[in-house]
Design a protein around this ligand. Structure first.
Ligand code: ADP
Ligand code: ADP
Ligand code: ZN
Ligand code: ZN
Length: 758
């Protein structure tokens, strides 16, 4: 391994002869302590350099420094394909993978601000509930006993269980096991504690209390052995005892299905969603409980904590303010600390992870970011840039994969990959400053200097889809019309309410085709070929031409490599870490058995075909259906994917586009896309716009949530939300054509569009 060890330390990370994925013998020197941005069309090899080569080797070398005992418990990284990698530093990857999303993880806990608040309340709040764990909703000493600190609880749905218009004798109880005429129902039809002939909706508070929680009374019921007196049990008490206070999974499936129709998961009535017990909630600072603090948005909490002037509390309050200001600086001031991390978007999660690293005092690290501008309005990209520069100025090397021209311009050094995707890429086509790149004749250089032009002849709407009185999250009674038969861009700064508004649109018009970046419910064996549904035809072609059974050509079948089960990789699940994958040594990643690989069509084995890109496969297949699907893949800009590439390796943007590829060819539909330019190079945006135009021109309505100003300028109609995020957003501040948006006042989108077209 001598060629991989650290030689003399220099001011550069040096890569020699890198050949991971499509890389063609890439040799590079990356300046340390600087901000380097990697550019290039999607599929050109940016991630292959940054993630699959630099990050992997850095992690692998770090692991080698541990003892054998520890190493055996760490993920095994395969050495990247490269001749040499020198002078690496420990790498931290800040990506957009969803943050581990259990309901006990909140913005406050993941950024550690919540633990600072706990110290503040335990030391300086009155009365104090004890040490800092007494304020933790994840600790028995602090959690609300009613909901175990979850803030939510499964409860009886009384509006479904009781019919207020009826009396108890006349069947007011709708829950079958307690209904009038049943054995248990006699408790409520025979009781003398309330008037069983009065509609329950007219009960006084005391009567209702008796019905639900009454104690100490007896009631005469008929039993098989004759009539007898039994103790009365309130309806709520009985329902909770039989169905809520026990493990629902212990009930029979039939009972569970029945009960599920009469319960709702709702805010815990004991803590009202605050997750903490009464002692913790009683503690106040400035009249506010710790739950009041976590409920407000970060910008408001900063103001509250800044009012604290007690000199003893000041250092702790100051630490909390510093951490909160980092959240605000990254454009997330509209979040509240009690927000569950599972509800954050990928971009929001990535920025929160950055906040954590900004607070750390590590230097000499390599920080690696994957398209950090995702989800950011041009206004907020500036703040993001400041953060990246701050990380650099702490003595770190910052590597960023990015398409946004504003981020590219911030770089000390740019590495432009290309010239195109897949086999036509994998080379460094430019290295140098952003200014020099703008003058360079590469796809990125050519786009960097260009101006946006606003559409002058927008299409006319064929009708309208209304969202009326929307009030979810931060929306302020929004009523807006989305024109049909045109391309509409929904714009606004992060947190202004775009996703929420679009979700209301799709809820009101359920036949909308939503194409988002969420995972596509796929197995480890899914590939573009299986996802597009062309594998059947591929197998038939191979069977027809070779005379073998079609089943042999499936990697879930007898034809599959026995060692890896047709996965091509060996997957090791590590209970406490990310799973690790290594290439199968038997089939060398080709997934099939030797005798299957010997069967060829036109000189290509099934593994060769799965190794073709969609573009190459178009030269191979004559089948119409297959060709139509391959064309769709190329149309959405994914022609560089190979047919057999595991879908699990796709980025969010690629996932979104492959979904789109399977949903084209409709008419009269409403397509809703969330930031479709994610992961797209500036030169690929034109292709995407052409595709959206085609969708509209074939009779569809297209609504995109987008920050990319080329897309905004190209839209027929713009709905701009704002003016800011969170509490200060949620209003429609502009509706109209992009040409009119240019003259709008008080809109950040208008301001940036003016700049881009100037
Ligand atoms: P970029 O980051 O510039 O979009 P990538 O480095 O992700 O490009 O991809 C470069 C090429 O390598 C593409 O053709 C892509 O399909 C291929 N590729 C990337 N990851 C894998 C993988 N895990 N397995 C096989 N091919 C891959
Ligand atoms: P945008 O799409 O413009 O970035 P969102 O619609 O995601 O904005 O968010 C608008 C507001 O609603 C923000 O204050 C955000 O914190 C809040 N919000 C969004 N999703 C949730 C959620 N699942 N739970 C609570 N608040 C949310
Ligand atoms: Zn509770
Ligand atoms: Zn194998």
């Amino acid at each position: 391994m001598s060629e991989f060890t650290n030689g003399s330390t220099s001011g550069f990370i040096t890569i020699t002869g890198a050949r991971e994925n499509n890389l063609q013998d890439v040799t590079l020197r990356i300046p340390k302590g600087r901000l380097t941005v990697f550019t290039g069309v999607s599929g050109s090899g940016k991630s292959s350099v940054v993630f699959d080569t630099i990050a992997v080797e850095s992690q692998r070398q770090l692991n080698e420094t541990f003892t054998w005992f520890v190493r055996n418990r760490l993920p095994k990284y395969e050495r990247p394909h490269a001749d040499a990698l020198e002078d690496l530093s420990p790498a931290i990857v800040v990506d957009q993978r969803p943050i581990g999303g259990h309901s006990r993880s909140t913005v406050g806990t993941m950024t550690d601000v919540y633990s600072v608040l706990r110290v503040l309340f335990s030391r300086h709040g009155t009365p104090s509930a004890g040490p800092a764990t007494a304020y933790s909703f994840n600790d028995p000493s602090g959690m609300c006993p009613g909901c175990d600190g979850l803030g939510r609880k499964v409860q009886a749905a009384w509006d479904r269980i009781l019919d207020p218009a009826r009396s108890l004798a006349d069947g007011a109880i709708l829950f079958p096991p307690f209904a009038a005429g049943t054995w248990q129902g006699q408790t409520y039809t025979n009781t003398t504690g309330v008037d069983v002939h009065k509609p329950v909706g007219e009960f006084t508070a005391a009567e209702r209390e008796f019905l639900m929680r009454g104690r100490g009374a007896t009631v005469n019921v008929d039993n098989t052995g004759g009539s007898r007196d039994i103790a009365y049990e309130g309806l709520a008490d009985r329902f909770e005892r039989l169905y809520l206070k026990r493990d629902l999974s212990a009930l029979s499936e039939k009972t569970r299905d029945l009960v599920e129709r009469f319960v709702v998961e709702d805010t815990c009535p004991d803590c009202r969603g605050a997750r903490l017990n009464p002692a913790a909630l009683a503690t106040r600072i400035d009249g506010l409980s710790i739950a009041d603090c976590t409920r407000m948005q970060v910008t408001d909490l900063i103001a509250v904590l800044k009012r604290i002037d007690d000199p003893v509390a000041l250092p702790v309050a100051g630490a909390a303010v510093a951490a909160l200001e980092r959240i605000e600086a990254i454009g997330l001031g509209y979040l509240s600390l009690d927000r569950e991390t599972s509800t954050l978007s990928g971009g929001e999660g990535q920025r929160l992870k950055t906040v954590r690293h900004l607070g750390s005092s590590l230097t000499g690290m390599t920080y690696i970011f994957d398209e950090p501008s995702v989800g950011l309005h041009p206004r907020d990209v500036g703040r993001l840039g400041d953060l990246l520069l701050r990380l650099r100025d702490k003595g770190n090397t910052v590597l960023v994969v990015e398409h946004d021209p504003d981020v590219i311009r911030l770089a000390d050094h740019v590495v432009d990959m290309g010239p195109r995707a897949g086999a036509h890429g994998g080379r460094v086509v430019f290295e140098g400053t952003p200014d020099a790149l703008a003058a360079a004749d590469t796809p990125t250089g050519r786009c960097l200097g260009r101006r946006t032009t606003v559409k002058r002849r927008p299409r006319t709407a064929t009708g309208g889809l209304w969202v009326k009185g929307a009030g979810r999250h931060n929306l302020r009674d929004v009523t807006v019309e989305f024109p049909t038969g045109v391309l509409t861009a929904v714009t606004g700064v992060a947190g202004s309410g775009k996703s929420t508004l679009v979700a209301e649109l799709t809820a009101a018009h359920p036949d909308a085709v939503v194409v988002d970046q969420s995972s596509i419910g796929i197995s480890a064996r899914s590939t573009p070929a299986t996802y597009l549904g062309i594998m059947d035809t591929v197998r038939k072609v191979f069977a027809r031409e070779t005379g073998a059974e079609p089943g042999l050509f499936s990697f879930n079948s007898a034809g599959a490599c026995g060692t890896c089960g047709g996965r091509g990789i060996i997957y090791t699940d590590l209970a406490f870490m990310d799973p690790v994958t290594t290439t199968c040594h038997d089939c060398e990643g080709r997934r099939f058995r030797e005798e299957v690989l010997r069967l060829t069509v036109g000189g290509s084995s099934i593994a060769d075909v799965l190794g073709m890109t969609a573009g190459q496969a178009l030269d191979f297949f004559t089948d119409k259906g297959v060709r139509r699907r391959l064309h769709a893949l190329r149309d959405v800009g994914l022609g560089y994917l190979t047919l057999g590439q595991p879908l699990s390796t796709l980025s969010g943007g690629e996932r979104q586009r492959i979904k789109l590829a399977t949903r084209l060819h409709r008419t009269g539909a409403v397509y809703v896309l969330d930031e479709p330019t994610t992961g797209l190079h500036m030169s690929d945006v034109d292709g995407l716009l052409a595709l959206l135009d085609r969708l509209v021109d074939t009779g569809n309505t297209v609504v995109v949530v987008e920050h990319n100003l080329d897309v905004v300028a190209h839209a027929d109609w713009v709905v701009d939300l704002g003016p800011d995020g969170g509490r200060d957003g949620g209003r429609v501040i502009f509706e109209g054509t992009p040409a009119r948006l240019l003259t709008a006042r008080g809109s950040s989108t208008a301001e940036h569009l003016r700049r881009a077209t100037a």
